[in-house]
Design a protein around this ligand. Structure first.
Ligand code: NAD
Length: 299
């Protein structure tokens, strides 16, 4: 039986670890929060009381942690010294490219195969096993990583060399942040111009402004039943997480010498929204800022 060590059982990791267990794998689960470990046990995992205990004898180690410093410390101080070198190491967290590359190099120097494999899709996709993975790893290692990720995925892409998974993720999310702001602005303007927003949705959806942020995740309540706009923007993809990803994109752009003025503007707008206290709302709630209706979000 394939043995998986799963470290980081938060909003995302909980569902992902449960899907590994559902696929018939033996999952050793560890988190700093004992409540998170208890939840994983209820979902079919076995508890581990330390990282070292979780990774001993593992065929694969999967991490789903908040940010770069957590990933550097968990691998550098705990995983690499305790896991067998045959174990595949997969970090699914969204982190800065430099940290991903540094951990990858450290792992390689220790004789391990390592992949950065951040995901697209939120908590519901993590629970349903329908995440999209963007994998950065050596080409020869990719099939083995793909096989481990399968029970958690609707799509898996080999983005390129180590670090390329994080690069693909932040480019995608920078585009998403910009496109959502564009859709929100268009609705705010349509309303001021006296257009029926639902009529504008129908027209935009079949015209050249069509995009995922409009037709699948519409920020105007009504046209797309499953969108967070119909639940007062609760759940979904938090604005605070969009801000995190936009910051990572701007840091990467500055280091690479890339010009990303729209990404910079998107970061500034989400920083403002977060600063006003709406970081826990879905990122499509930006619409209410452009409409001057932020008070509605408190209702
Ligand atoms: P979360 O804060 O809910 O979970 C992180 C977990 O890691 C927590 O349970 C925490 O206790 C644990 N943890 C922290 N340090 C640890 C350590 N040293 N050892 C063991 N456990 C430790 O975060 P999340 O929403 O699950 O997000 C995880 C990652 O996935 C982030 O990098 C995030 O950017 C990314 N992501 C999140 C979403 C989303 O919708 N929530 C979507 C895509 C990607």
């Amino acid at each position: 039986m394939t043995r998986i060590a799963f470290i980081g059982l938060g909003n995302m990791g909980a569902g992902m670890a449960a899907n590994q267990a559902k696929a018939g794998r033996e999952v050793l689960a560890f988190d700093l929060s004992s409540a998170a470990v208890d939840k994983a046990v209820a979902a079919g995992c076995r508890p581990a009381s330390t990282v070292a205990e979780a990774v001993a004898g593992a065929d694969a180690v999967i991490t789903m942690l908040p940010a770069g410093p957590h990933v550097r410390s968990v691998y550098g101080e705990q995983v690499l010294s305790a896991a067998p070198t045959s174990a595949l190491l997969i970090d699914c967290s969204t982190i800065d490219i430099d940290s991903a590359r540094a951990v990858g190099e450290q792992a390689k120097a220790g004789g391990f195969r390592f992949a950065d494999a951040p995901v697209s899709g939120g908590i519901m996709a993590a629970e349903a096993g329908t995440l999209a993975f963007m994998v950065g790893c050596e080409t020869a290692d990719y099939p083995a990583f793909e096989e481990i990720l399968q029970p958690m995925a609707r799509a898996i892409f080999h983005a390129g060399a180590p670090g390329a998974g994080q690069a693909a993720k932040i480019c995608n999310n920078m585009l998403l942040g910009i496109s959502m702001i564009g859709v929100c602005e268009a609705f705010a303007l349509a309303e001021k111009l006296g257009l029926d927003p639902e009529r504008f949705f129908e027209i935009g959806s079949k015209s050249s402004g069509q995009c995922w942020s409009l037709t699948t995740y519409c920020p105007w309540p009504g046209p797309v039943e499953t969108a967070p706009s119909n639940r007062n923007y609760d759940g979904g993809f938090l604005s605070a997480l969009m801000l995190k990803d936009l910051k990572l994109a701007q840091e990467a752009a500055a280091r690479a010498g890339a010009s990303t003025p729209m990404g910079a503007q998107a970061e500034a707008l989400y920083a403002l929204f977060d600063g006003l206290g709406y970081g826990q709302k879905d990122f499509s709630a930006m619409l209410q800022m452009f409409r001057g209706r932020l008070d509605d979000l408190k209702a």
